[in-house]
Design a protein around this ligand. Sequence first.
Ligand code: MG
Ligand code: ZN
Length: 222
Amino acid sequence: MSEIKVITNMLKVNEEINVQNRRMLTEKGVYTINLMSAPGAGKTSILEKLISRLKGDLRIAVVEGDLYTTKDAQRIEAHGVPVVQINTEGACHLDASLIKDAIDSLNLNEIDLLIIENIGNLVCPAEFEVGEDIKVMVSSTTEGNDKPLKYPLMYEKSSAIILNKIDLTEFTNFDKQEFYKDVKSINADAVVFETSCTKDSGIDEFCLWVKNKIDENKAKGC
Ligand code: MG
Ligand code: ZN
């Protein structure tokens, strides 16, 4: 079989399992976010902040994708929510079948919000739907403002873009105007939140947006 055929087949299989996951999660009333970013942008820190704010209102569970370690899962577990760890042993993204195994091990009847922390990588996590309702990405000022044009797919597919480490902007040559202009050219519908986890800013706005998304989804009856 040619390489092209293998890849097409892989994406086809992924899409089938994505649809199954999505159906299962929807049936159980679980709202699911696929959280993506480059390594070190702040996914886990954002997640910790979100959990501590929303866990009183929503039953939250987390799937932690990581290449080799359980470091992030331990941080999340400390917040008292169920965590399933997936170690990909070097594979650079999560796919639908890995998420299928993870959700099989969770009690979906007791979850309102499932967050999947994907592998730190700006490329292929955006290519594999895993059963999520929406994708959210974290982009940080220290990565530079050129990332939307260099890695457009993730920006294009994300409903919200969290611009993190906003407190460090003055120490970088990050050009906010350029960033917003490029994001808009790729995805005019994306909502952008400026956050700092160390200064604890912008997180409330993001959490409110997530809550509204869940409410809207419930109102639609799905
Ligand atoms: Mg992390
Ligand atoms: Zn990959």
